[in-house]
Design a protein around this ligand. Structure first.
Ligand SMILES: [Zn+2]
Ligand SMILES: [Zn+2]
Length: 157
C-alpha cells in the first residue's frame, strides 16, 4: 500500500536522524526506545517530563498563534492536558497484566498494543483509538503481519 510505504519511509528517516545525535538518541531512549526494550518497566511507560512540557508549550503556542486569544489558547491547552492524562492512563492499563479497561473497545486496543510490543513495532500504534492505524493500514489481523526481529531494539535498526 503506497500510503503506508510513504509513512514508513518518513518514520525511518525520523528515527535515523534522531539516532545520529547522542543527546537526542538518549532522549528517544527514555521517550520510546527504552519502553520497547522493557515494556513492563512502569517508569518507562510514561513520557519524560521534558517531552510533556515541550508538548504542552508547543500546543499552547500554536493555539495562540492561530487565534491571538489567550482564553481560547488556555482552553485548548486544558483539553490537551486532559487528553494527555487519558493517553497515559490507557497506556498504563495496556501494560498492567490482567487489568481490564472499562469499555470493551479499549480492551481491543490493549490487545493491539501487546501486538505492537510483541509481534511487530511497525503496526498497531494507537493507544487511545485505532483511527490512525486504520487510515495508514497498520491495524491488521496478527496473522497477516510478520514477526519483527527488531521488536525489542527499535533503536538499532
Ligand atoms: Zn507500550
Ligand atoms: Zn512503540
Amino acid at each position: 500500500m503506497q500510503v503506508l510505504k510513504i509513512a514508513e519511509s518518513k518514520i525511518t528517516i525520523g528515527y535515523g536522524w534522531a539516532r545520529n545525535i547522542k543527546p537526542l538518541r538518549d532522549f528517544m531512549n527514555v521517550l520510546h526506545y527504552g519502553h520497547h526494550e522493557e515494556p513492563n518497566d512502569i517508569p518507562l511507560i510514561f513520557a519524560p517530563i521534558l517531552s510533556v512540557i515541550i508538548l504542552f508549550a508547543t500546543m499552547f503556542g500554536l493555539a495562540l498563534l492561530f487565534t491571538f486569544n489567550l482564553g481560547i489558547a488556555s482552553t485548548f491547552l486544558f483539553g490537551v492536558i486532559i487528553y494527555y492524562l487519558h493517553y497515559e492512563w490507557m497506556h498504563l492499563g495496556h501494560h498492567i497484566p490482567g487489568y481490564n479497561h472499562i469499555f470493551p473497545w479499549s480492551n481491543k486496543l490493549k490487545t493491539a498494543h501487546q501486538l505492537h510490543h510483541y509481534r511487530n513495532e511497525n503496526y498497531w500504534w494507537g493507544i487511545t483509538n485505532s483511527i490512525g492505524d486504520k487510515v495508514l493500514g497498520t491495524y491488521k489481523t496478527h496473522k497477516d503481519v510478520p514477526m519483527s526481529k527488531s521488536i525489542k531494539h527499535i533503536n538499532y535498526k
